[in-house]
Design a protein around this ligand. Sequence first.
Ligand code: ATP
Ligand code: MG
Length: 426
Amino acid sequence: MISAVKGMNDLFGKRAMRWGRMEEDIRRIVENANFTEFRTPILEEIALFKRGVGETTDVVQKEMYDFLDKKGRHVAMRPEGTASVVRAFIEHGIAMNEPMPFKLYYIGPFFRYERPQKGRYRQFHQLGIEIFGDETPQMDAEMIFTACRVLEHFKIDYEVHINSIGCKECRPAYREKLVEYFSSKKEHLCEDCQKRIDTNPLRLLDCKTCNPKAKYHDIPVMTDNLCGSCDTHFKQLKNALEIFHVNGIIDPFIVRGLDYYTRTAFEIVANTGGSQNAVAGGGRYDNLVSDIGGPDTPATGFAMGLERLFDLISEDFYTEPLISAGYALCDEAVDDLVHFAKHMSHHPVRFFADYKPKKFKKALQKADKAGAEFMFIIGEDEAKDKKILMKNLNTGEQKLFGQHEVILIVNELLNYESGKFSATKV
Ligand code: ATP
Ligand code: MG
């Protein structure tokens, strides 16, 4: 038997319906804030991620789905969205051709070769937003606020952790302080962190293996080492977040996994106590566009994990749609049912027909199993009189309609549905 590739999931039935509605809601929220969709390919040259995400990051060192194509080109399935969007931003000269700030979003699959577990898959999905051409701390605040709006819409309990990781001016000196601090503690660090002292010392701060931040309480923090302009930026960010009513916790150990961040870095964790509870993260990346060969362009953005978001949304957030089903009880009724199905298809109701004639009792069982609340029956008598019987499976109530009275029928269904929802929704 062939099964799905490890860490990659199928989605169908009620979950697929809920997932689709979650995506629709997300699109509406971000489009209302004037973000427009930006689609890039799944495959990119691996060089893009090496440069864009960073050679020393876990994503590039361990988690890439990369291969040589038939012409020997080294390509990779995108592990995140920012590098691709920046590549496209430069390639299409967007800085010259579009008004700034340029606000975009993407929703789609991403690929990382990680050990699969709950909330961590090899194919997963993200919502991302990016804002190009604006360096203000207020725009960072709006970016973070947008992530919060999505979570609030889905009534999720969360916490925002905020930090500033400085810029080209102030980070090198801080980096040296960290190297100095940890060099004397090398033997107490995990193997990865021993290497990180030289390659990427900031990543020591959020290592989950040896967890230095829990062991040592005098680790130098970036927020004490910011240059004047980063310090002002961070103060203004906190002020703007307050105005947006985003309650952020200052957390100097948020450094983010990807290399490109400058100044603002943030993560949102859900208050569930689970281990994979980071639902979104992001920050400012003022040097990435120019590092990849584009014009000097400040930028800020976040990515949100949709599997993690989906698991946080309560079961009763989406109500099930009303379903109705049509059955023919004899051969003579089949064509009438086809006509009826055709007419029902023009209306905003969820209806399906089962064209194989069957006994009433069998039809009832099938409707029930399919979760239908209404059933339409055309038997021998109905076929003769061009009638159709509508049965409410919850109350047992029955009504006879002419087969062409579809508008009346649809109105009955819609009235019933709206009554049902107003009764359950307070
Ligand atoms: P983590 O620390 O959980 O590995 P990350 O820092 O690697 O997360 P980002 O690169 O910031 O994650 O991606 C943003 C969001 O995408 C994460 O907060 C998470 O919700 C989600 N995400 C990242 N990797 C995966 C994965 N393998 N499976 C499912 N969701 C993921
Ligand atoms: Mg990760």
